[in-house]
Design a protein around this ligand. Structure first.
Ligand code: NAP
Length: 438
């Protein structure tokens, strides 16, 4: 019988995800060895408090507070501490010592990914981070490997479970944002400080990663235009519903070509109206999904749990086995291609449709006035619908106008909305939301 090699695995962090990774490494050791061609020996677990109670019962002798020594003696390092430091320094130490690294730390990758990727390239080791985007969903490897012979044109992702839960709650119960957020916090879907989720920062970090892999160019967080959901009102949701749409927080990365044939990538996160029959509209609760459009493959959708200890551990193990197999076979780590060299476009260059809700005076000629103003700004209207409301007491009639435009540049749309606000027949602009999938 040929002798099976043993690879030492250092685990940094034993929280929600780390504890499940440790459990699987121990419980499934034989199956993992058979699939890897090497035994994956958990050599230690670095934590802050070695005596803390864990979600899983694990051998006490594995725990240490000396992460540095643990990392220096490992073939593979799994970083699940979160945060910037000491995670960043420990990953760099691991890379410089020739270890492959697996991490789920999107905050660190968004802040300092390029340094880490370059160091891994130089050292010829693998740095994998499938768990950093959409938890359990295998999405980065399909983009990087399975679709590497295709041209991706657009990625639309629901990549933050907290905001999807809140918007779904608002859509299904009519709740206001604050009440839906409180419910998400009660159920453990939102943190006590929900800023990173509700303001779109978490989704923006993931958008930068998705765009980088899809368009073979490194995009940073500063290239991502980001708007959260805290301004989405129950009235916006109700109006969207009435018009056959659902509101989702989307991470969008798409390639655009200007009139002179110049290419660029628009990377953005914002609340977006989707037709209720769009596949992403069916993504309910805290689930995640990523919808990809590629020149040859056409449309693809990946759906599943975007967070949680055990689902995320699945993605970590997948990366670990892939890196371990490479160590067994020999050869340098697999690196991302960065040959795209497409510039990131400012938000003004994005092409999108708008949904605009207007409270207007009920007078003859109003619709024509508004339609002319849109035409003057080069924005064409796809749908214009008017509903008349009569106040029972005063008997005064007001008209509610809902407009969906064709795709136009963000700059033209923003200028149109500004001009509409100045019309004497407009009482108020009740909502302005971007639309995809029409
Ligand atoms: P967590 O529950 O907060 O666990 C963090 C662990 O790291 C704890 O065991 C903690 O030790 C340890 N740790 C933190 N700082 C340390 C330090 N300075 N020195 C030594 N140990 C330290 O975190 P998590 O939810 O498992 O998330 C881990 C990573 O996965 C994060 O980057 C997160 O963004 C990412 N991720 C999480 C999910 C999810 O669903 N949770 C999904 C996708 C990606 P003590 O226990 O002793 O305090």
């Amino acid at each position: 019988m040929t002798e099976v090699r043993t690879l030492k695995v250092a685990l940094l962090g034993c929280g929600n995800v780390g504890a499940q990774v440790a459990r699987i490494l121990i419980e499934d050791a034989d199956a993992l060895a058979a699939r890897t061609g090497a035994r994956l020996e958990l050599s230690g677990i670095a934590v802050r408090n070695v005596n803390a109670k864990r979600d899983v019962e694990l051998p006490q002798e594995l725990f240490t507070t000396d992460a540095d020594t643990l990392v220096k003696d490992a073939d593979l390092v799994i970083e699940l501490m979160g945060g910037i430091e000491p995670a960043r320094s420990l990953i760099l130490t691991a890379i410089q010592n020739g270890a492959c690294v697996v991490t789920g730390n999107k905050a660190l990758l968004a802040q300092d990914g390029p340094t880490l990727y370059e160091e891994a390239d130089k050292a010829g080791v693998q740095l994998s981070y499938e768990a950093a985007v959409a938890g359990a969903i295998p999405i980065l490897r399909p983009i990087r490997d399975s679709l590497s012979g295709d041209r991706i044109t657009r990625v639309l992702g629901i990549v933050n479970g907290t905001t999807n839960f809140i918007l779904d709650q608002m859509d299904s119960t009519g709740a206001q944002f604050a009440d839906a957020l409180a419910e998400a916090q009660r159920l453990g879907y939102a943190e006590a400080d929900p800023t990173a989720d509700v303001e779109g920062h978490d989704a923006a970090a993931k958008a930068a990663i998705l765009a980088s892999l899809a368009f073979h160019t490194r995009f940073a967080l500063e290239n991502v235009h980001c708007e959260g959901i805290s301004n989405v009102s129950a009235a916006d949701i109700a109006a969207a519903k009435d018009a056959g749409f659902v509101i989702k927080l989307l991470a969008i990365a798409e390639k655009l070509t200007d009139a002179d044939g110049g290419e660029g990538v628009s990377v953005r996160v914002h609340p977006t109206l989707l037709p209720r029959e769009h596949p992403l509209a069916a993504v309910r609760g805290a689930f995640n999904a990523v919808f990809i459009e590629a020149e040859n493959a056409g449309e693809l959708m990946f759906y599943g749990q975007g967070a949680g200890g055990t689902p995320t551990a699945s993605a970590i193990l997948g990366d670990l086995i892939s890196a371990a197999r490479r160590l067994v076979l020999g050869g340098p780590g697999r690196t991302e291609t960065t040959t795209g060299h497409v510039p990131a476009l400012p938000i003004d260059a994005a092409l999108t449709s708008y949904y605009i809700g207007l409270d207007v005076a009920d007078q003859p000629g109003v619709l024509a006035k508004i339609a002319r103003l849109f035409a003057d700004h080069g924005v064409s209207i796809e749908i214009m619908r008017q509903t008349i409301h009569r106040d029972a007491e005063s008997n005064v009639e007001t008209a509610e106008l809902r407009i969906v435009t064709h795709r136009a540049s963000e700059a033209a749309l923003a200028a149109t909305v500004e001009a509409v606000k100045g019309l004497d027949v407009i009482n108020s602009v009740t909502s302005v939301l971007r639309v995809e999938g029409v």
